[in-house]
Design a binder for this molecule. Structure first.
Ligand code: B1M
Length: 216
């Protein structure tokens, strides 16, 4: 099938909450040799962005948001292993700890960032969702990563990124780790205001920023 048509069907599967269809389309795209990153960005992510806009306008409701999230998860479960296979390099560029901040359960974008970093040669420790500040700090102490990455998707959870940075300072750990922040409501100004070392708009930029932060 034509690539553009498949990508369009992926967007529709997310918008309509068709989990099996989304997974089948992801498999089909791989069979047809389409780049998994293109499927993620131009297919599934474009679909979920549309869902977000419809939800904001009141044209979609929470159950549909949940269903769209499920379609994303299942499709990514098919695509991400291929992403890792196609891009894996042997040199470890640096160690990264990443997680979604406290009270934030959004993980689709954070997991794409984690996969892209892994695929690009970083050793990634993905802590998951709703990670309390103390856990981030304890993990920094334990694993001594080059980069701590924090994702926040809600305006109400963004301040947690700042909170973690402040605790790192109090604990004398801030100088030993670069902090990268991201997530839909996060921007460069916010990153600078809270004293983060890096901000990325999307997963591709996150890899570039991470490489810069470790001097690669
Ligand atoms: Co939620 N949600 N949600 N949601 N949800 C948003 C974020 C919202 C913008 C929707 C809207 O109103 N338009 C809105 C937030 C409004 C605000 O704060 N201003 C919202 C809301 C309100 C909520 C609830 C409060 C709804 C409710 O319960 N009433 C609730 C909160 C739960 C909680 O966290 N405590 C909630 C719940 C959910 C679901 C569980 C249903 C589901 C999440 C499923 C999951 O993640 N497993 C969900 C979804 C799917 C969304 C939208 C539609 C899509 C998010 C997503 O996956 N985007 C979202 C609308 C939107 O963002 N447009 C929305 C695709 C993903 C690839 O993009 O996550 O931005 P993103 O990641 C990108 C970049 O941001 C960047 O790279 C990624 C890849 O390109 N990036 C980083 C991300 N992290 C990074 C870290 C980095 C660097 C870059 O460095 C460390």
């Amino acid at each position: 099938m034509e690539k553009d048509k498949l990508l369009e069907q992926m967007r529709t599967a997310v918008i309509e909450g068709e989990i099996e269809e989304g997974e089948a389309l992801a498999r089909r795209a791989l069979e047809e040799g389409i780049d998994p990153l293109e499927c993620i960005e131009d297919g599934f992510v474009a679909g979920i962005n549309k869902v977000g806009a419809l939800y904001e306008e009141g044209d979609m409701f929470l159950p549909e948001l949940v269903a769209a999230g499920e379609v994303m998860k299942e499709a990514l479960a098919v695509l991400e292993p291929e992403l890792l296979k196609s891009k894996q390099t042997r040199t470890i560029l640096g160690r990264v700890i990443i997680g979604s901040v406290a009270h934030d359960i959004h993980d689709i974008g954070k997991d794409i960032v984690a996969s892209m970093l892994t695929a690009s040669g970083f050793e990634v420790h993905n802590l998951g969702i709703d990670i309390p500040a103390d856990t981030f700090v304890a993990k920094v102490r334990e694993l001594q990563p080059d980069i701590l990455g924090m994702s926040a998707l809600l305006t109400t959870t963004m301040p947690e990124q700042q909170n973690v940075i402040e605790i790192l300072k109090e604990e004398g750990l801030r100088k030993g780790v670069r902090v990268m922040v991201g997530g839909a409501p996060v921007n460069r100004e916010w990153a600078e205001a809270i004293g983060a070392d890096g901000f990325a708009e999307d997963a591709v930029e996150a890899v570039k920023v991470a490489k810069t932060l470790v001097g690669s």
